[in-house]
Structures are given as C-alpha cells and as structure tokens.
Design a binder for this molecule. Structure first.
Ligand code: FE2
Length: 195
C-alpha cells in the first residue's frame, strides 16, 4: 500500500461548465483586480488610471476541491476578461513553480496566449477551445486574453508545484503581448523595466 504524508481525498467526479467557468464540486475562488497587478504592465500611468477608475476584475480562478499538496493533481478554471492597458493585453500575473514541475492548460472559450519564459528563451503559444498547451518544468508562464470575449482555460498541475509570482517581477517574461491593428504584437522587455 502507498503511504501518504496527508490523507488522500476520495475519488470523485468533477463537472465542468465551460461556458460559465464553474466547477461542481467547487473549491475556492481567487479574484484578481487591476490593483493586484502592480509592476506588471509597461504603461504604469495607464495602469494607475485603471485602478483609480473602478479597479476592474481582470481575472478569476475557480478551483476544484483537490488540495495543493504533494501527490495530488489540482485543477482550476481561469477566466481572463478582455481589455488592454496602454495597448498591452490583460493578463495573469504569471508565475514560476518553485518546485519545477509541468502543467497543462486546456482552452475552453475565447482566444488566449500562453507566454513561457525559462530565463533565456521565450515561447508564445496561442490557445483556442480544445487545444492543450504544455508547460514544461522550469518555464514561468503567463496567460493573456488576445480576443474580445472572456478567455477561459482549465489548468491541471501537481499539487506541490507552488506559485512564485516574485520570480516574474524580478525576471520579466521576455516578451509583452500588445494589441496592434487587431493583431498580437510581441514586444521585448527593456532592460530598464527589469530594474
Ligand atoms: Fe503553474
């Protein structure tokens, strides 16, 4: 018999409503407003105006009840609302896994970009419904809504991977995703942006 440091949860079915971004049963919900994204957008005055002008919800993350502990495999559904700040698409904070482990994102609705950065190389993958993006161990990752409707995706990740948001503030993500003539324009971070 396998021994566990913590009692494992029992098998269960998870029902996913992709159009409403709900899970049943459902665990916690994380809400990120514009004010939670300080230091991430290039146009700081535009970000400050957005915070002052209603501080909108940029994205939410609905989790299943599976806990973030070793050996478990939690799931969550993220919804990023459409918008831009100084021409830069609304996005998640982005994070690195302190314990380098892989993750998958399955597109559920809308159109998004998956920005990956390993400290040297940057990759950009576009995610549409039914498409899976694979995040290898050691790659920081950020999701971006590049469409005009909510972008939704299912994430499945090892429970012990963790979330290091400070890594992205320190190292950036290599590229920024900007809206240009209804297209996605990828622009390099400047050295001054990284302090
Ligand atoms: Fe992750």
């Amino acid at each position: 018999m396998t021994s566990y440091a913590t009692p494992p949860i029992s098998p269960f079915l998870l029902t996913l409503d992709a159009s409403n971004a709900t899970l049943e049963p459902q665990g916690s919900t994380l809400v990120r407003r514009m004010s939670d994204l300080g230091g991430l957008f290039a146009d700081v005055p535009a970000w400050e105006r957005a915070v002052a002008d209603g501080d909108p919800i940029v994205y939410t993350v609905v989790s299943s009840p599976v806990p973030e502990i070793p050996r478990e495999l939690p799931q969550s559904v993220t919804t990023i609302h459409p918008g831009t700040i100084g021409g830069e698409f609304w996005m998640t904070k982005g994070h690195q896994h302190p314990d380098p482990q892989g993750e998958i994102y399955l597109g559920l609705g809308g159109c998004g970009g998956l920005l990956l950065f390993d400290g040297e190389r940057t990759e950009w993958l576009e995610i549409t419904p039914g498409v899976v993006g694979y995040i290898p161990p050691g790659w920081a990752h950020r999701s971006v809504n590049i469409g005009d409707e909510p972008y939704r995706f299912l994430a499945v990740y090892p429970g012990s991977a963790g979330h290091d948001y400070g890594w992205v503030l320190k190292h950036g993500m290599g590229l920024r995703a900007r809206k240009s003539d209804s297209q996605v324009e990828l622009v390099p971070f400047t050295p001054t942006e990284l302090g």
